[in-house]
Write a protein that binds this ligand. Structure first.
Ligand SMILES: N[C@@H](CCC(=O)N[C@@H](CS)C(=O)NCC(=O)O)C(=O)O
Length: 214
């Protein structure tokens, strides 16, 4: 099974973390949406990463892909059975994929992806706007973190999606700060201590390091 993408994308990271949690072997096929390979384009007609190729089955969109992986291999579960916990898990995935990345992406693209990876100057006004938007979003996350996981007692896709997005924000030093957001920082540390995290982080560090000329 191949997943096309580049590892700083939270959506690509989300898919790889789910695969690692479930022990599903997945190969990361590096892909640049600006210069798409034909096999990638066939799987992702709108040129978004990630895209999945599993034999003759192709699929795009991280949520669709993790739904496929979860159905292929239901255990260990990333979808709580309890109605409220299940709904909260879906909410936090949505929160990560829309609200958190919409604000954080403004900073990430204009302070890291554009200037450091694409050789394009960033727009500092847009980055500043993203920073302003992130304030209440990180405060909200802090208010939702307790001693366990976001959806309740069970680790879920909600934890994976939010942490995957925060890891991208780490490129611009915007992961939860223990001084200002101690509960979110402690929850994030619990997610990043999981073996699934170390596995993808090592690959990501290598690939991003190479892209940065290290
Ligand atoms: N809803 C999609 C979002 C995917 C997405 O926006 N990926 C970005 C990278 S983080 C992308 O491919 N951007 C390239 C482009 O829009 O051309 C998902 O969950 O997979």
């Amino acid at each position: 099974m191949k997943v096309y993408g580049f590892p700083i994308s939270p959506f690509v990271r989300k898919v790889h973390l789910v695969a690692a949690e479930k022990g599903i072997p997945v190969e990361l096929a590096l892909s640049n949406p600006a210069d798409p390979a034909p096999e990638f384009l066939a799987a992702s007609p709108f040129r978004k990463i990630p895209a999945l190729v599993d034999g003759d089955f192709t699929l795009c969109d991280s949520t669709a892909i993790v739904t496929y992986l979860d159905a292929l291999q239901p255990e260990p579960s990333i979808t709580p059975g309890d109605a409220k916990a299940k709904a909260r898990a879906i909410w936090f995935e949505e929160f990560a994929d829309t609200i958190l990345i919409a604000a954080g992406g403004k900073v990430l693209f204009n302070r890291f992806v554009g200037p450091r990876l694409m050789g394009r100057p960033g727009d500092e006004a847009v980055a500043e706007q993203g920073l302003q938007e992130l304030g209440p979003i990180m405060d909200y996350l802090e208010s939702q973190c307790g001693d366990g996981w976001l959806a309740d007692d069970e680790f879920s896709i909600g934890d994976i999606a939010v942490a995957a997005t925060l890891r991208s924000l780490g490129y611009i030093d915007l992961e939860p700060n223990p001084a200002t957001h101690p509960r979110a920082a402690a929850w994030y540390a619990r997610v990043t201590a999981r073996p699934s995290w170390a596995q993808f982080a090592a690959l990501e560090d290598k690939i991003v390091g190479r892209a940065l000329g290290r």
